[in-house]
Design a protein around this ligand. Structure first.
Ligand code: HEC
Ligand code: HEC
Length: 362
């Protein structure tokens, strides 16, 4: 995307040059650096947050939201926000992605507990990712935070970050975390060669809003109240929803919600893992398509000696949990950038498989 094309999306911002926002008319502020045109080099220049950037306090018009079945990312906690352009509205479909007007920005911040033995520790923010709906489609940007937690700077090539933390037993520990390369975003975000937003779907957003949202209660009802939709989809209670994987809902629904949130962006027709024939869409109702007794397209070491993706009643004979538990980058699922296995997710899927009552595979 060229700078001028981006400027046409942000015509208002480009025309007035500096857009720090919210600071008021302070006259001649000689210390301010002209941020130039978007995409800005510094995260603060977007004006997404009020006060100290590290506090991630959404500014007017920036809406904090959450998803029912979040993506595992090596223990990262996440803040999710969206900003619609002036007067812009959301188009809703019941099942899959919603549509957003040009100029919409999605913001996702990744942070880590510095002390995993203490719930009240100060998190360390590592990166903030943006997806911006430009004239060319959804474009990706990454901002890497400084150690002082004052500013984040735009990078393109990814980064290896060594995180020092205190583990759950109170011992010092370190973790390598990979900030992905800007070119790898589409491994997950593109389908049929078109980049997309992944979280904003009816199933994912049909949960309670986070504490820093501009209102309380169910998120879809809140969006209706705020007038964000072209046409309100009606009461959230009448709409489909994922069952939060870490909650206490039905086991199969939690497992299927987890697999959709963590795997279906690749494992569905048209996406990167589509050719394997495995589909983890929540609404896929053919057990053979979501792995039951399915022989993998490409066998070999990646199967752990197992014959099928899911052997009903026997997780130890199933490829799916095997590939979720390994950290061998050639075998592990999901593929990079995450380096670590999600034990919670692998246990959930194993428990679901153990309880399956379909007949054993031939
Ligand atoms: C391993 C797959 C994967 C990769 C790689 C990935 N994302 Fe995502 N991303 C997701 C999923 C799944 C969601 C929705 C679920 C969530 O928010 O937890 C998401 C959500 C987002 C969101 C919030 C809007 C939305 O689409 O829901 C932004 C912004 C984002 N990603 C930016 C990026 C950028 C920029 C990159 C490249 C640096 C990137 N992502 C790489 C899987 C991925
Ligand atoms: C970034 C894209 C991507 C993500 C995310 C991803 N996969 Fe895959 N997956 C692939 C690709 C590509 C293949 C085919 C090549 C191979 O087998 O390694 C594959 C193959 C597989 C296979 C072998 C399937 C067959 O029948 O041939 C299994 C099992 C699997 N993935 C499980 C998972 C699970 C479980 C998740 C989520 C926890 C997941 N994958 C997430 C891309 C992905």
């Amino acid at each position: 995307m060229t700078r001028s094309a981006l400027c046409s999306v942000f015509a208002v911002v480009c025309a007035c040059g500096s857009a720090d926002g919210g600071a008021g008319e302070s006259g001649s502020d000689t210390t301010a650096v002209d941020p130039g045109d978007p995409p800005y080099d510094r995260l603060s220049d977007w004006g997404f947050f009020e006060g100290a950037l590290v506090d991630q306090q959404p500014a007017e018009g920036v809406i904090s939201y959450t998803v029912a079945a979040p993506l595992w990312a090596d223990f990262a906690g996440k803040g999710r926000y969206m900003r619609l352009p002036e007067g812009g509205k959301i188009g809703v479909t019941e099942q899959d992605e919603w549509s957003f007007p040009e100029g919409t920005i999605f913001i996702k911040t990744f942070f880590f507990d510095t002390d995993r033995s203490d719930d009240a520790d100060a998190p360390r923010i590592v990166e903030t990712r943006l997806l911006i709906h430009e004239t060319t489609g959804w474009e990706s940007y990454i901002y890497l935070w400084d150690d002082e937690q004052v500013e984040a700077t735009r990078i393109k090539g990814g980064a290896d970050v060594d995180l020092a933390y205190v583990d759950a037993e109170g011992q010092p520990a370190t973790q390598l975390y990979l900030v992905p390369d800007q070119n790898t975003c589409e491994d997950c975000h593109a389908r049929d060669d078109v980049a997309r937003v992944l979280g904003p779907t009816t199933h994912q957003l049909n949960v309670d809003a986070p504490a820093d949202a501009p209102g309380a209660g169910n998120q879809i009802d809140l969006f209706s109240e705020l007038g964000l939709f072209e046409v309100s989809p009606g009461p959230a209670a009448d709409l489909p929803a994922f069952t939060p994987p870490a909650g206490d809902g039905d086991l199969a629904l939690r497992a299927r919600s987890y697999l959709h949130g963590n795997c279906a962006h690749c494992h569905r027709p048209g996406a990167g893992g589509g050719p394997s024939g495995l589909s983890f869409l929540y609404w896929e109702d053919d057990p053979a398509k979501y792995g039951v007794c399915k022989v993998p397209a490409a066998a070999g070491g990646g199967a752990g000696g197992n014959q099928v993706d899911i052997w009903p009643g026997d997780p130890d004979r199933s490829i799916v949990p095997f590939r979720m538990r390994t950290t061998d980058p050639e075998i592990k699922m999901p593929e990079l950038p995450s380096l670590l296995a999600d034990d919670f997710g692998a246990d959930l899927i194993s428990e679901w498989i153990a309880g399956m009552t379909e007949p054993p595979c031939e």
